[in-house]
Design a protein. Structure first.
Length: 303
């Protein structure tokens, strides 16, 4: 297939596989390790390398298939940190988790950090900018031949919400992801490496996120595995708000699991979450749901 030619999507029953990631008969689970002082959900909790390593191992024991390690907060309004500081935070964690046999990705927009993370044992790259923040990232992904998660992105966290203007958010996000995919393929990235992420919460208002989830089939029509990252995000807090009270991020985990189940049943390849056990149950239910829906019930002989 030539670069830029988009394949037909797989059905939810036919689970896609990305070489370098575990093979499962269900939606994969990516567990989040934020080695930062200011992430929206758990800022500072795992800033120390020892705490982050312990947390990553715990996520894997709980059932996470992939551990995603990030050293720079991407919450709305967040300011950038120096590349050297980002490396200082993530490399010891990636090195130890990889040495323990875990599949680890680095959450970064910088090719320098990604290259160092891969050298430390990382198995893939999770780039919220889809290669737009650093022109060298696509070439690194192509040369390293590792899984590359490309998210829909319209700019840095400090002002991204000002860019949340759409006429048809699903059509526009799909078109922009198609453009990113074609650019990656033309740079030499293998199609089998690429996972697409619609970027819930990134330059999106709450209604935009729900529309993207509801029309997941249109994103899957690009022919690539799709990752959904809804965990604990503000649009869930908005939904669950009672009076003047918005639940804190950890109180959104059951809503996250519900979204994970629905996304998995709709054919999502992977969900990225903070709390693994409820989501593991959710994607197992979704796998059984879709399998039962696809398989006709055995006929009964008439006596």
């Amino acid at each position: 297939m030539t670069p830029g030619t988009l394949a037909a999507p797989a059905t939810p029953r036919l689970r896609q596989h990305v070489p370098g990631f575990p093979r499962r008969d269900r939606c994969l689970i990516m567990g989040i390790v934020n080695v930062t002082p200011d992430s929206f959900s758990d800022g500072g909790t795992y800033l120390a390398a020892a705490s982050a390593i312990h947390h990553g191992l715990a996520l894997a024991r709980a059932g996470a298939d992939i551990i995603d390690v990030g050293g720079e907060s991407t919450r709305p309004g967040a300011r950038r940190v120096a590349a050297a500081e980002e490396e200082r935070r993530v490399l010891p964690v990636i090195r130890e988790l990889s040495a323990a046999g875990l599949t680890v990705t680095v959450d970064t927009t910088r090719s320098r950090v990604a290259e160092a993370a891969l050298a430390a044992g990382g198995a893939g790259i999770n780039d919220i900018s889809g290669g737009l923040a650093d022109p060298a990232m696509a070439r690194l992904a192509a040369d390293a031949h590792v899984p590359y998660i490309a998210m829909h992105w319209r700019g840095l966290s400090r002002d991204m919400q000002q860019r949340a203007v759409y006429t048809d958010v699903v059509a526009e996000v799909t078109a922009e992801l198609r453009a990113r995919l074609e650019s990656l393929l033309q740079t030499g990235v293998d199609r089998q490496q690429v996972v697409l992420d619609p970027g819930l919460g990134f330059a999106k208002q709450p209604a935009h996120n729900w529309q993207l989830l509801n029309r997941l089939a249109e994103l899957r029509a690009l022919g690539q595995p799709v990752l959904i990252g809804a965990s604990r995000k503000a649009f869930l807090g908005t939904l669950l708000r009672s009076g003047d009270r918005t639940p804190a991020p950890p109180a959104r985990d059951m809503a996250t699991a519900a979204v994970s189940a629905l996304a998995a049943a709709a054919g999502a390849y992977c969900v990225r979450v903070h709390d693994v056990p409820p989501t593991l149950d959710a994607v197992r239910v979704a796998a059984e749901w879709t399998a039962s829906h696809s398989d006709p019930a055995p006929s009964k002989e008439v006596q």
